[in-house]
Design a binder for this molecule. Sequence first.
Ligand SMILES: [Ca+2]
Length: 270
Amino acid sequence: MQLSRVSLAFAAVASLGIATTSYGDILAYEGFNYQASSLNTANGGIGFSGAWVTNPNVPLSQTSLNYPSGTNLTPIGGSASSPGNGIANRNLSFTINNETEGTYYFSFLIQRSAPPNITSGVFVSGLQLQPHPGNGLARIDLGIGSDGFLRACIDGQPCNKPNYAIEEGVTYFVVARLDTAAGEDRLRVAFFNPSQQVPNSEPVWEIDRMLTLAESISTIAIRGGGSTAWDVDEIRITTTYAEATGAIPEPASLALVTGSALLILRRRSR
Ligand SMILES: [Ca+2]
């Protein structure tokens, strides 16, 4: 009897917490929910202006990559492969102005599907955030080096990387936070392997660097090169950490309500 009372109280607290929490806005989402076999001219998702333009072809799989276990997000549709030594661009329907104060989150799934290849130097393949299709100015690269390491790079500046290479055939969840401001901007990145719990509050970021982005961000790109074969899925751009990761926010009021509920239960049990 007492147990069911406790369960009901927590169910009520949980539903209250969710019902009163704002999750902010998803600015863009691409889950690769397409029947076609290639990405060129695909025009789904939200937050985009126009379709994907790929050069060369980007093969689509009908199977999604998976989030780390316990992540409160569900992939849809399939996933995309890397475009060989090419690029796939898609314009956003909004612009991130790097000279105005703002906070943005980016998340996506990435998996390396071939051994490292460093015969031609380290080339970074991955998701690019850039001002114009293909010109590479003020570009942020989040992805995989041809040496097999995860990397976060800013165009023309040294890359940052965690001190481990990513395993072939293992999907990693990449979460990034970009704070824009007049003058210097700040980029933070964390990588989660399939068994790592994505925390409900912001993680200890593995990469945290200041940078100066000269232009706005209005395009995303899937960039291939250096013979690094990889897959990408579930691209999100949001204004909150919760929307980017599926984390359940913990509003201050929830702690208060939980405390009150426990107090009531203690009184009843006496
Ligand atoms: Ca998907």
